[in-house]
Design a binder for this molecule. Structure first.
Ligand SMILES: Cc1ncc(COP(=O)(O)O)c(C=O)c1O
Length: 423
């Protein structure tokens, strides 16, 4: 009865995890920088000789949606930290953030000894607007919403902007997963007072590590530049601001050294001309895969708001009615076949599941986050996926569902409800 599924690995985990190679132009520029020794962003007399400055300018022009200032740093986590610090977040201050994000986001709040207040998400992995209103009411001192567009899912930005206006909240966007995404045609990252991006390896631009903060506000950018490690006269190399912009804050703020190096900038910069084409490839792959997954009765895909233009560089779906035991069998089967699907609820250690952030104060409820995430499967897509790889992924999902369902039906399988299970 419990027929073993074939474990033939047409493709391996390595195929599915392939990273974006650095374009030849990037390799050429990196070599030039290494030969010159000019690795430090501030080592040239002329700011425009710095790859970091050129990257900041080109990134802002292409993806800034009108924002005038960009500051490249060593990670998106650093960009978020600088943003919160520039907004004067102090120990004990409350900061609202979605319950579904990467642990780096609540960590940035906790690192400033502030208090994260997590807002529920809905079945489409976006912010639950009613819970946002409730949390604002029950935490009247919270003045910042740090909104992650997690996995590129875009929350109802019309409602969020209205709430921020009415309730006096400052919006900081974490666009680590949302480069090139839009809401109603407007670029994500251009809604907030400050927006943060990531160029860590698993992002649309793969620089190994890297991040960037963008704002249209001179004062906030001056603070972030100084705090990022632009000491003495180095701040003058940030040409989007006049030197006088720094006078109020210079030597009055403790700094972090979280600068980006010219090598990282050259790697990231060489990928800018490819971002649009990568987005188109992801959209094609995602449409192909989900078109086939829809035919599987157990699979539930998130619904897409027509105002949301997501960049689908990852895949999420829920498995209807799956118990924690069934999730475990499903994920194990997929893994054995070389398909690196993860479970937000099912993996005890998942850094994107809010119940694993035990460094935070206990949070109310999170029932909706559980409902959305407990049976969610998650996988990064790659631009090198062929039709055959996509077919193999779908076949594996189908077979792993079959394996989990068969095990659930078999007498040896305990269907006793566990109180903890996937949580
Ligand atoms: C949603 C989200 N925000 C922020 C970050 C932090 O990015 P970084 O690794 O560049 O610090 C990550 C990291 O993957 C992330 O997934």
């Amino acid at each position: 009865m419990n027929k073993k599924i074939p474990t033939k690995n047409t493709f391996t985990t390595k195929d599915f995890k392939r990273l974006e190679p650095t374009p030849e132009e990037g390799i050429r520029q990196v070599t030039e920088i290494l030969r010159s020794g000019n690795l430090f962003r501030y080592s040239s007399e002329n700011p425009l000789d710095s790859a970091v400055v050129l990257f900041e300018q080109e990134f802002a022009k292409a993806w800034g949606g009108g924002m005038r200032h960009a500051l490249a740093v060593n990670s998106c986590s650093s960009a978020i930290l600088l943003a919160l610090k520039a907004l004067d977040v102090k120990p004990g201050d409350k900061v609202l953030a979605p319950a579904f994000t990467f642990t780096a986001v609540p960590s940035a709040i906790a690192d400033l000894y502030a208090e994260a207040v997590l807002v529920e998400i809905n079945q489409n992995y976006t912010l639950d607007i009613e819970d946002l209103k409730r949390k604002i009411t029950s935490n009247p001192s919270a003045k910042i919403l740090l909104l992650s567009h997690m996995r590129g899912y875009i929350s109802d930005m019309d409602a969020i902007m209205e709430i921020c206006r009415d309730r006096g909240l400052t919006l900081v966007e974490d666009a680590a997963h949302a480069l090139g995404s839009r809401w109603n045609g407007k670029l994500i990252g251009s809604f907030g007072k400050i927006s943060c991006y990531s160029f860590q390896s698993y992002k649309l631009i793969n620089a190994g590590e890297g991040g960037l903060a963008m704002t249209d506000d001179d004062d906030l950018m001056a603070k972030m530049i100084l705090d990022s490690g632009a000491y003495e006269s180095l701040c003058r190399q940030h040409v989007s601001l006049p030197p006088s912009a720094f006078d109020r804050y210079k030597n009055k703020r403790p700094l972090f050294n979280v600068r980006m190096s010219n090598v990282t900038a050259a790697i990231a910069r060489s990928q800018l001309p490819h971002v649009t084409e990568r987005i188109a490839v992801y959209r094609g792959r995602y449409a192909y895969i989900t078109g086939k997954l829809r035919a599987l009765a157990a699979v539930e895909l998130p619904e897409s708001d027509p105002r949301q233009e997501r960049v689908p560089d990852s895949l999420q779906f829920r498995l209807k009615g799956f118990t924690p035991d069934m999730m475990a069998i499903f994920l194990k089967t997929a893994k054995e076949r070389g398909v690196p699907l993860a479970g937000f609820g099912a993996d005890k250690d998942n850094a994107r599941a809010p119940w694993n952030w035990s460094y935070l104060k206990p949070q109310d409820g999170l029932e909706k986050a559980h409902a959305a995430l407990d049976t969610t499967c998650d996988m990064r897509l790659t631009t090198n996926m062929t039709d055959e790889m996509c077919d193999y992924l779908v076949e594996t999902v189908r077979d792993a569902i079959g394996e989990a369902e068969m095990s659930a039906a078999a007498p040896r399988f305990s269907l006793k409800k566990t109180s903890s299970g996937a949580r």
